[in-house]
Design a protein around this ligand. Structure first.
Ligand SMILES: C[S@@+](CC[C@H](N)C(=O)[O-])C[C@H]1O[C@@H](n2cnc3c(N)ncnc32)[C@H](O)[C@@H]1O
Length: 261
């Protein structure tokens, strides 16, 4: 199965947050998907070991999900979430405002509370995250100013999960996106990227969405060419298998990169 590059129109028309939840974030009897295990463990280690903290963090391509911010909310006063799609921003607002039909993230929140030594109850943790999300913004990471027409001041940290390979058609576009994001990071601030290597597509319902099949070498070169210092990088084999191939990709990755002072 090869998916040709997915247009922004297809995203607008076909990306269903509810189907996305059902396919990738349904936690059967509390067992979390392999991807989120990787992300939650990694981000717990990043944020509990110090060094990545400050006033503001921006999540780029948040989609309709909040799991990626559960540890980050300990290290920052203000969180900005963002996505290209209005339907994803609406889903985020539903969770933030505790509206009927919001996705149930309880097992994810409990898991992070356990990683953090159960210092607070899971509902206190959820409230803490809600209280830190100050803005929900539309963004397009392919634009020189992804938040156009807004102009945002540079922040201490940018995080992005499973977004750049989805948005970018080729390595030039990936490099440009990294460069665009760098403009939003203060000198000495960090970029945290978590995603998948060698992925060609993922499905939501019956629609296949393309992804850029990035390699370790391509990833590290693009970061360096875009002017980041790679502080930490981790690769982990992706072992999930199912009868129907709903996504491809063989390796989860995490990068902590720094914008030089
Ligand atoms: C696979 S989802 C990942 C969502 C979420 N971060 C997660 O970890 O599940 C990819 C997300 O990238 C967003 N996206 C696609 N193109 C984009 C663009 N040009 N700028 C910003 N976000 C984009 C999509 O709307 C979608 O929410």
């Amino acid at each position: 199965m090869e998916a040709s590059f997915t247009s922004q129109k297809t995203y607008i028309d076909e990306f269903s947050p509810v189907e996305y939840f059902n396919m990738y974030y349904d936690s059967e009897q509390g067992k979390l998907p392999e991807w989120t295990d990787f992300v939650l463990q990694t981000l717990h280690e990043v944020f509990s070991s110090g060094g990545v903290e400050g006033d503001t963090i921006i999540d780029i391509g948040s989609g309709p999900t909040i799991y990626q911010l559960l540890s980050a909310c300990e290290g920052f006063n203000k969180i900005i979430v963002s996505d290209f799609l209005e339907q994803n921003l609406a889903e985020l607002q539903k969770w933030l405002k505790k509206e009927p039909g919001k996705f149930d993230w309880t097992s994810y929140i409990k898991h992070v509370c356990e990683l953090e030594g159960n210092r607070v109850s899971w509902d206190e943790k959820a409230e803490k995250l809600r209280s830190k999300v100050k803005e929900v913004l539309r963004c397009d990471v392919l634009k020189k100013n992804p938040f156009e027409p807004l102009t945002l001041a540079p922040v201490d940290c940018v995080i992005s999960c499973l977004c750049l390979e989805v948005a970018c058609k080729d390595m030039d576009s990936f490099y440009n996106a990294l460069t665009n994001l760098k403009d939003f990071i203060k000198p000495g601030g960090h970029l945290l990227l978590l995603s998948m290597l060698n992925s060609r597509y993922y499905a939501i319902g019956n629609t296949f969405f393309s992804t850029l099949p990035i390699t370790k070498e391509g990833l590290e070169k693009a970061l360096k060419d875009a002017g980041y210092e790679i502080v930490e990088i981790k690769y982990a084999a992706q072992n999930y298998q199912s009868n129907v191939e709903i996504f491809t990709g063989d390796t989860h990755y995490y990068v902590k990169a720094r914008k030089p002072i």
